[in-house]
Design a protein around this ligand. Structure first.
Ligand code: GLC
Ligand code: MG
Length: 419
């Protein structure tokens, strides 16, 4: 939360499954479009929050399967667990607070009496969350009776039904909405200028009730969320039911509510929506790597102009230190790139960056650090990358690039280097 010096321009709070992540899209096109948008235009002055029903265990599984960015704050297990930063430091105060009138043992004693409730996997049973599957047809009756019995036993609980199948029992003070309210209060003098919440299912409903927020229900939103909206927030102009699925719906909402740039560089290279963005190192990095990806995939026209434009971005005596320790001139790398036009055509080849951060270290010099991810077929590699950029009136010049392998990877040096 302390990454930014002033209030965030936008705090984007998104659910993961079928909101940020479209499980029907194996190419992850819209997720990658969102990633490029976020790192180019928002990372430096905004906050990304993931709010998921998943536990830490299954959240990590999803991170291994999908090209998710690293959020600033992660809210897990339906708002019962909050963690900060890259290293997921847990908020112990939040967990202590949730102990109020909560007794997990009493909950399970009562739920055991319902044969309709099928316990979810062990990983999803958490200190402040007891989770089941229950048929849609039986859900409302079970919820009504169970709630009554738990209240009779002195507990302050809430029951949430999601995706037409999952039933969670939580402390009354928990849930995605309560967790967000808690976070907003914690910002104290640095409350984000705008907040956009994004969701698709029942456990997301309370996000839309948090005071002052904009909200987007993605096109593929579940019946229970749409019903909640119809009965509780029908005339709320700050909630959009997107005509686009998942992450595409999030991008759509950013545009709809005027919360910032809404054209991803994946859709249009070199097109800063605001001219000032040209001076943003995040824009520079995302734009350059996408140009390289599209060149290798043969998705841009093979023209001398494109190559010259790329070449003009590099300092003639600039150096690239590859993760293997091998050093090359940036010119040599560009020559290799030039020859690699279309080499990745039709391949599962994608490049994206995460965690772009930068520091101005001189009047016209920036030190930029980020994770560069490269998916090639089934292999996915991550390079921690540092770049020295020099700002000239015509834009940034790349002076030096240095990479380190992440996750202890010791793969052989590749034939084609994408700095
Ligand atoms: C996620 C969790 C599950 C929960 C569901 C709905 O799928 O893994 O435990 O029931 O979200 O909140
Ligand atoms: Mg969801």
């Amino acid at each position: 939360m302390d990454r930014l010096n002033s209030a965030a321009r936008l705090m984007l709070v998104s659910d993961l499954d079928f909101t940020m992540v479209d499980h029907n899209d194996p190419e992850n096109n819209d997720l990658l479009r969102f990633n490029a948008l976020w790192e180019a235009y928002f990372r430096h002055d905004s906050l990304l929050v993931f709010s998921t029903g998943r536990s830490l265990t299954t959240y990590k599984e999803l991170r291994n399967e999908k090209p998710l960015l690293t959020p600033d704050i992660t809210v897990m297990s339906v708002g019962t667990e909050i963690a900060y930063g890259d290293s997921l430091v847990p908020d112990v105060y939040w967990e202590q607070y949730l102990n109020h009138n909560w007794d997990r043992k009493i909950v399970t004693e009562e739920t055991d009496k319902f044969p309709q409730l099928v316990l979810q996997s062990e990983t999803e049973q958490r200190p402040h969350k007891v989770s089941f599957f229950v048929d849609k047809a039986k859900a409302s009756q079970v919820i009504e009776v169970l709630e009554k019995r738990l209240v009779e036993r002195g507990l302050d609980i809430k029951i949430i039904y999601s995706g037409g199948i999952a039933l969670d029992v939580l402390p009354r003070g928990a849930g995605k909405g309560q967790a967000l309210t808690y976070l907003i209060e914690k910002f104290d003098g640095k409350v984000p200028v705008n907040t956009l919440v994004c969701g698709d299912s029942g456990n997301d409903a309370e996000l839309f009730s948090v005071s002052g927020v904009f909200g987007v229900m993605v096109r593929n939103a579940q019946e229970e969320l749409l019903q909640w909206h119809a009965s509780n927030a029908k005339n709320n102009q700050k909630i959009l039911h997107a005509s686009e699925r998942c992450a595409a719906g999030i991008i759509q909402a950013i545009g709809h509510f005027g919360l910032g740039p809404c054209i991803s560089l994946r859709d249009e290279l070199d097109s800063p929506e605001y001219s000032t963005q040209c001076l943003n190192p995040g824009f520079e990095v995302v734009n350059l790597y996408l140009a390289c990806e599209k060149w290798q995939r043969g998705e841009v026209e093979k023209s001398e102009e494109f190559v010259q434009n790329l070449k003009s971005k590099f300092h003639p005596s600039g150096v690239f230190v590859h993760a293997s320790g091998v050093e090359k001139s940036l010119n040599e790398c560009l020559d290799e790139l030039e020859k690699s036009y279309g080499h990745m055509q039709g391949c599962r080849f994608r490049v994206w960056v995460d965690r772009v951060s930068s520091a101005q270290i001189g009047s016209d010099t920036w030190l930029v650090k980020f994770d560069k991810w490269e998916l090639s077929g089934k292999e996915c590699r991550c390079y921690l990358t540092t770049v020295l950029l020099n700002l000239k009136p015509e834009g940034f010049t790349w002076m030096h690039v240095h990479q380190t392998w992440m996750n202890g990877s010791t793969l052989e040096t590749e034939t084609v280097w994408l700095f």
